[in-house]
Structures are given as C-alpha cells and as structure tokens.
Design a protein around this ligand. Structure first.
Ligand SMILES: O=C(O)CCC(=O)C(=O)O
Ligand SMILES: [Fe+2]
Length: 254
C-alpha cells in the first residue's frame, strides 16, 4: 500500500511533459487527465480482465506496483462480493457468477492544495456506478465525505485501512435494500491529497435487475432489468450529480 502511495505521489508531482505522455484522449476513459469540472487530477485505468488493458496509458514507473496492488485488491473484492451474496440470501458464488467476469478499474486521484477550499470542490457529489468500490484514503489529509441523513460525514484518515463503498449495481440487485453511497470530496488549503479507488463491476453483457425473492407487496420492484453495458452507456456522459445515475433504471423514470 505504501509503495503505491509513494509511486503515485512521485508521478503526480512530476513535470507535465512526463504526465502528458499518458494523457486521456478527448472522449476517452483511460489515462491521465482532470476531473471534468473539479479540483483534481487523476489516472484512470482498466486492470481486469487483462485483455481490456490499454497499456499505453500505464505510467512506466507505476506498472509493477499497480499489478501487485490490483491483484491483492481483487482478492479482497471477491471476498466482499461473496459476502454480499450471502447477505442477500444467495449462495456465496452467485453474485460473482452474475458478473460473468469480475472487471476492475483503478483510479488514482490527486487533489492539489487549493487557495479557496470553501468555494472549490475536489470532486462533486456522486454515486459510483459499479458493484463495490475499494478505496485507499490519504494517511494525513481528509476530504472525502459521505451523505447521511441529509448531512455530510467526513471519512477519517486511518492509515492502512480500506474504505468500502456500495455501488449502484448492488442497489439495483438488492431492489434498494442496500443503497449506493453518495459521496463527494472537499479540497484542503495547505495539503495535497492522494486517494486510490478500485472499482469492481460486471462485464457489459451481465444482466442486472432486482432479485425476485427481494420483491414482495411491501417491497415492490424498484428497478428495471438492464445489461451492465446499457447502464454504463446511460450514465457515462452525464455530469456527476448526487443519486441521479441509479434513477436511470428506476421503474417509470427510464
Ligand atoms: O478520492 C476519494 O476519496 C473519492 C474519489 C471518488 O469518489 C471517485 O474517484 O469516484
Ligand atoms: Fe466515487
């Protein structure tokens, strides 16, 4: 974990000429770039399945550590998804099976110090459109917050801890029993902040829709069946905005 943090800090703080070699093309999803309107730089990469990798966007000096970090995080992610399967009253391997293949992306976020943190957001409020999200926060600077009962709760810095968020796919599969968590990131005046987010998600042709056994008179069906690829297509070009994404598959709102 520490090696990943050190290597990413060195990359983000290196001259722009070096970073630009890995720049995300306009309209693309991978490589080095900025959040569309927010105060952050990021590197976005698809890690698994390996045939989907676009290695031209992997910074040379990060390749080995990304590989090592990602295989560990995938192991953790598989265990968590198996546990969610049990929580939903399914056999342990059902949810992983429904993914067809467990896909994984990695995003490293760099939030530079900001002169006017009260006016500038690091990353706007959103929910992640994935299954589960395994985050590694900065050891010293805070900023990430989650929405709870109409307010915002800051995530504490706990060195060595991982932050697990529920994504939209679990909200849909669980018919709304487990809600994807709305979150945002604030900026800091004097400290830069680096975070890592591993996104676990199904293959594009995987079907997502509420499980029949979670639908009854008291819990009417809340979401339509859709493939993950269709879901992703609907939300990928929209600006981050609170819980609007998951509404895209809500019955009557599609
Ligand atoms: O930096 C963080 O802690 C959160 C980043 C995030 O929400 C994202 O990249 O989707
Ligand atoms: Fe997020």
């Amino acid at each position: 974990m520490q090696r990943m943090k050190d290597a990413a800090a060195e990359f983000f703080e290196s001259p722009i000429e070096k970073k630009i070699k890995y720049a995300m093309p306009s309209g693309g999803l991978e490589g080095y770039g900025h959040a569309p309107v927010d105060w952050s730089d990021r590197v976005n990469l698809t890690i698994y399945p390996t045939r989907f990798r676009q290695l031209q966007f992997w910074p040379e000096e990060l390749k080995d550590i990304i590989e090592a970090y990602s295989s560990e995080i995938r192991r953790v992610g598989e265990q968590l998804i198996s546990s969610v399967s049990l929580l939903l009253g399914l056999e342990e391997d059902v949810l992983l099976g429904l993914h067809k293949e467990l896909c994984k992306g990695l995003r490293a976020n760099y939030y530079p110090p900001c002169n006017a943190p009260e006016n500038v957001i690091g990353l706007s409020s959103h929910c992640d459109i994935r299954t589960l999200i395994v985050g590694m926060q900065d050891d010293t600077a805070t900023g990430t917050q989650i929405r709870y009962k109409g307010g915002w709760i800051p995530i504490k810095t706990i060195p060595g801890a991982l932050l697990i968020n529920v994504g939209d796919v679990i909200e849909i599969w669980s018919n709304g029993r487990y809600k994807s968590v709305e979150h945002r990131v604030l900026t800091n005046k004097n400290k830069r902040r680096i975070t890592f987010v591993s996104f676990l998600y199904p293959r594009d042709d995987a079907e997502i829709g509420p499980f029949e056994h979670l639908i009854d008179d008291e819990n009417p069906k809340m979401y339509k069946e859709i493939t993950y690829g269709e879901y992703f297509g609907h939300v990928r070009d929209k600006k981050l905005a609170g819980k609007t994404h998951v509404r895209a598959t809500k019955i009557n709102e599609f």
